[in-house]
Design a protein around this ligand. Structure first.
Ligand code: PLP
Length: 387
């Protein structure tokens, strides 16, 4: 039997068995509509949703009422960015300037692009020379203006794993009276988060990046100091404090809550274990394959991910030669042609070099044996690309 090895936990994670067990009763047995609170079916569903809301709030240090359930981080990011712009834009007086970074996830970049179409002005920060892709407070401070409405900077980059100074940027925004959103999809559940300490106003995260189900996520919306307002994207029955209409995905939300609970309990030990495995993988590849190097700052980085260039090796061919190992190429052939990682481009890598890069991310089911197997197979298979 061909063994398959999954080293792409940043793309998605399997649902933890404990999460699955928690979800199952809510499909066919406890199936009520959480809004139908006049009968016991609805009351049971609502109780489960509110328990999950408490668990989701707990992992980021928020109040339960500050958690809005969504269909995932794409929706959370859209709701945060467009919601702020449209609400305060309509009110007037608060300005129409938004600050973000060139390395954000496409859903943040595209949301900002949509705002530009509407006449908002967006500043896209680029990483400084030698920064390894980490954005700093003074970089944000330099571009803030009197009419800046919102700053959106991701907590951790999905391709590099680099960690930005979110508490620092949060304090700056607070002092300047600018709203601050962070896409924390890759960070929540990996390292501790405290929205009060980090002075974050809005924070997005997703179930399927932390062993919860796909299609469910959340947006933290600060309720006090300041109370953040949003123009909803969906018009409807006014669910989720009118931020997000639509019948709640009860099984998904229960799973999301359970995933948050497990991550909060286990992240301290898990991050250490995964850091050891990641280092073993990275060091093994650096030692065994000539010309390999690591992309991005290695000191401010999530413990479970590495992004590496393989010298002259064409990594798409490498992946085809080792089909039993699942990793992520920094360039992907699409129907529209070859597409290179915008993150590595922002980091300053040339297209040719980007074709030699891979992102590898370890996770809950990864073992040292798997890591050693991958190092061996890659070392045996690495064929230099034709020059
Ligand atoms: C995966 C990811 C998203 C999108 O999340 P979905 O829940 O799949 O919509 C957004 N931002 C980052 C940083 C991600 O890694």
């Amino acid at each position: 039997m061909l063994q398959t090895i999954y080293l792409d936990y940043n793309a998605t994670t399997p649902v933890d068995r404990r999460v699955l067990e928690a979800m199952l009763p809510y499909f066919a047995d406890i199936f009520g509509n959480a809004a139908s609170v006049q009968h016991v079916f609805g009351q049971r569903a609502l109780a489960a949703v509110e328990e999950a809301r408490g668990l989701a709030a707990s992992i980021i240090g928020a109040q339960p009422r500050e958690v809005v359930f969504t269909s995932g981080a794409t929706e959370s990011n859209n709701l945060a960015i467009k919601g702020v712009a449209h609400y305060y834009g309509r009110q007037g007086g608060r300005g129409r300037h938004v600050v973000t970074c060139c390395m954000e996830h496409s859903c943040v970049l595209e949301s900002c692009g949509a705002l530009e179409q509407e006449g908002f002005e967006v500043t896209y920060l680029r990483p400084r020379e030698g920064s390894g892709g980490v954005f700093t407070v003074d970089q944000v401070a330099e571009v803030l203006r009197d009419d800046t409405l919102l700053v959106s900077v991701m907590w951790s980059n999905n391709e590099l794993g680099t960690i930005n100074d979110i508490p620092g940027i949060g304090r700056l925004c607070k002092a300047k009276g600018v709203l601050f959103h962070t896409d924390a999809t890759q960070y929540v559940g990996k390292l501790p988060v405290d929205v009060a300490q980090a002075r974050v106003d809005l924070l997005s995260w997703s179930g399927h990046k932390m062993y919860g189900p796909k299609g469910v996520g959340a947006l933290y919306v600060r309720a006090q100091d300041p109370r953040v307002r949003l123009q909803p994207i969906l018009d409807g029955g006014g669910h989720e404090r009118a931020f997000r209409s639509g019948t709640l995905n009860v099984p998904g939300i229960v799973g999301f809550g359970k995933a948050c609970e497990i991550a909060q309990q286990e992240m301290a030990l898990e991050s250490v274990r995964l850091g050891v495995l990641r280092d073993r993988l990275e060091q093994g590849l650096l030692n065994r394959i000539e010309g390999t190097s690591v992309n991005g700052d290695v000191t401010r980085r999530l413990p479970h991910v590495t992004n590496m260039c393989f010298g002259q090796v064409d990594t798409e061919r490498l992946m085809l030669s080792v089909p039993e190992v699942a990793v992520s190429a920094a360039s992907a052939c699409t129907a529209a042609g070859a597409r290179s990682s915008h993150v590595l481009k922002c980091l300053g890598l040339a297209d040719l070099k980007i074709h030699t890069c891979l992102r590898m991310s370890v996770g809950r089911a990864t073992t040292a044996e798997q890591v050693d197997y991958v190092v061996d197979r890659f070392a045996q298979t690495a064929i230099p690309a034709p020059v």
